[in-house]
Design a protein around this ligand. Sequence first.
Ligand code: GLV
Ligand code: MG
Length: 328
Amino acid sequence: MSFHTVEQATPRLHRSELAVPGNQPRFFEKAAASAADAIFLDLEDSIAPDDKEQARKNVIEALNDIDWSGKTVTVRINGLDTHYMYRDVIDVMEQAGRHVDMIMIPKVGTAADVYAIDMLVTQVEDAMGLAKRVGFSHIIETALGMANVDAIAGASRRNEALHFGVADYAASTRARTTNIGGVNPDYVVLTDADDAGERAVHWGDMWHYAIARMVIAARAHGLRPLDGPFGDLKDPDGYRAAAHRAAALGCEGKWAIHPSQIALANEVFSPSEGEVTKARRIIEAMAEAAKQGRGAVAFDGRLIDIASIRQAEVMVRKAELIAAGEAG
Ligand code: GLV
Ligand code: MG
């Protein structure tokens, strides 16, 4: 283990994050009553320029008037390259800051972007005497943001999560895509011909590197990595597959851009009962081994060691967070 301790961000259940456009107040109450672990009220790309001001007002009203208890509530502000951004921060924080858990910063490109928002938020919090410190979620969705992902992840003590914004990332890197977050049938490996001259086509995941890269930066700084949107609302199997791939790489959750995707995310990112039971048994087996002075033991026919305890503890901790969330 390094001498450097990785400080972990505030632990939160973050299996699903529901996107709610700020210009659609009729969805707000439903979002608050939904099964999503987290919600982001959007002031950015789902809102046309003419609606930006009204959306901001709606979001402030909703933050103050709706009971969001049990949810992590985030506001996605506009990017630093727009003139909407400063008012998003100042108006939302001044008028409803005590109800905001996190600010989501889209298209973050450099550590200095994070610094700029941190400065603004800190001033408003101080001026308003807000006791709760707002956290930051960053969307890694540009080539610049990905190139600077480590510096961004370490740029503020407010940082809690990194999200992979696949739609903008594709635009920024000029990737060839079809559906948002889907795979591309051109991204394949063709096997050599077998004896019968047949060649198999194996689809690849064109997002593998980007997600894995972001996960490493997030985890190295104690942050939660999350996978972003999946655009085909009529393809729950495609959503599940994308979520499973992200989970396999270490992501903690995925966006739901429609309420129908919440249950899918919660299902994929929750450990099963069997997994939790096994994790508890591993912790017990390793405690027994430690008493006997051993660092590794056979468990169900496989070798486990001290690293297995850490994985098992992560699993049990997650199950506890889920149980606490369900208990209300
Ligand atoms: C999210 O903002 C995305 O661009 O995918
Ligand atoms: Mg985006």
